[in-house]
Design a protein around this ligand. Sequence first.
Ligand SMILES: N[C@@H](CCC(=O)N[C@@H](CS)C(=O)NCC(=O)O)C(=O)O
Length: 229
Amino acid sequence: VLTLFSYPDLFGLPDNNPYGLKTCAFLKLVGLPFRHEHIVDASHAPHAQLPYITDGEVTLGDSDTIIAYLIETYALAIDNALTEADRTTHLLIRRTLDDLYWVMSYSRWKDDRFWPLFRDALLRTHPTISADALEGARAFNSKRYYYQGIGRYTPDEAYARGCADLDALAKLVPPSGFVLGPTPTSIDAAIYGFTANIRFYEIDTPLKQRLLTHPALVTHCDATHAIVG
Ligand SMILES: N[C@@H](CCC(=O)N[C@@H](CS)C(=O)NCC(=O)O)C(=O)O
């Protein structure tokens, strides 16, 4: 059976990681049956990153690669209406989400104001996860942020990037419905993976404050959540 391996749930969402939630939301949107395994050790995953799937003999990582594989393998019609121009725009949206990822991650693991809240929420929700393991993950992430570059930004500089990403997204999401109209496509799952992991967090980061100023993003997140949540 098709299995999705991704990080643990948090704040009522099945994955606290945006790429895992994007993949999970996609699977639910298209109605493919799957088993969801929550793990924290990514060392056996392709590229040692989560999420990944196994499907029979196939093991695949990277949310976009997984979604493309599922569309092809199961002849899914979800993106059939997309024009070439839509596909280009959607690729650029996903790249913007990649940028937002770093700021979201920074807000949880690096910003001293929010790290204790994030850590305590994980420990409360998942008693099997140890505080030591989370400190280790924090130190690991700190190196990732430094090498990626965001770790050298002040919090204000980092949030300015993420807020600009959210402002741009808000211009591409319509006031109601989904990006391409009344029916969701894969880009809606992608946007939801990120916005839900900001909106439903009980941590009042500058990203959450900015998201809440954009009714289109809130409406889009809630409409997608009503289908996949
Ligand atoms: N391009 C990948 C990105 C996945 C990703 O960034 N996963 C992170 C989530 S925190 C991860 O597993 N990080 C652990 C690591 O990089 O060592 C996708 O779309 O799935």
